[in-house]
Design a protein around this ligand. Structure first.
Ligand code: O7M
Length: 222
């Protein structure tokens, strides 16, 4: 099963949690509150506790290429991938960022849609245009909401198998573990359900187990 843990809280020491989860999860996503609150060197310190899996800086960049590259350069050496919004377009923005990341051997992940209810107000309406951007840009990965699996299915149909789909919204935001994977996602991103648990390792193992059961059920067509 494919599980990435979101680390967001700026006032929390995540070192032992990272070490505890290292052998059972597929990676960690570092949120802006964490990176701004603890400083980018904290990413390196966390990574030294688990040098495996995918480490992602969730910068949610949305700026001109020049500025997105400056922001990225502050943290990129400590991570494998960086997240940017898709609505800024390619020319003078995502195209430059992708080239920069490619030159460093790092991955670009683009937000296609979001998990919160307000995503219906703008993001869903803009989705066809954002998918045009993603189709042309060909980033390594995209973000699509576990809370609305039908969006994932339609994106997968449109973009095919070559793009990696990462899906947040599991647990605290209401999506069941495994639902996004059944709909076509490659990874589920889980934050508070695991990080706020008294026993994060047990919570992560429970998520993986629930993913497995859900996947078996959806393969049977349930
Ligand atoms: O599981 P949670 O709700 O505690 O955390 C969800 C994480 O996923 C958190 O780090 C959010 O910033 C992120 N996220 C969303 O919740 N919704 C989105 O639409 C997009 C993201 C995200 O990761 O974007 C890159």
């Amino acid at each position: 099963m494919s599980l990435i843990v979101a680390l967001d809280s700026p006032d929390r020491e995540f070192g032992s949690l990272v070490e505890d989860l290292c052998d059972i999860v597929d990676g960690f996503k570092l949120g802006l509150p964490l990176l701004m609150g603890r400083g980018v060197d904290y990413a390196a310190r966390l990574r030294s506790r688990c040098n495996r899996g995918l480490w992602i800086a969730d910068l949610k960049l949305a700026d001109i290429g020049h500025v997105m590259k400056l922001t990225t350069s502050l943290v990129v050496e400590h991570v494998d991938a960086v997240i940017a919004h898709g609505f800024v377009g390619i020319q003078g923005a995502l195209g430059e960022l992708k080239e920069f990341l490619n030159s460093l051997g790092k991955k670009l992940v683009v937000v296609a849609s979001m998990s919160h209810p307000g995503a219906r107000e703008v993001y869903d309406k803009a989705l066809p245009l954002i998918l045009n951007v993603i189709g042309e840009l060909e980033p390594w990965g995209i973000v699509a909401p576990a809370t609305r699996p039908q969006v994932i299915t339609s994106i997968r149909e449109r973009l095919g198998d070559s793009v990696t789909i990462l899906s947040p919204g599991v647990g605290a935001q209401g999506a069941e573990p495994g639902a996004a994977i059944c709909a076509g996602a490659d990874y589920e991103i889980v934050g508070r359900l695991i990080t706020s648990s008294n026993d994060p390792r047990a919570a992560a193992l429970a998520v993986k187990d629930a993913q497995k059961q859900r996947l078996q059920a959806c393969k049977r067509g349930a």
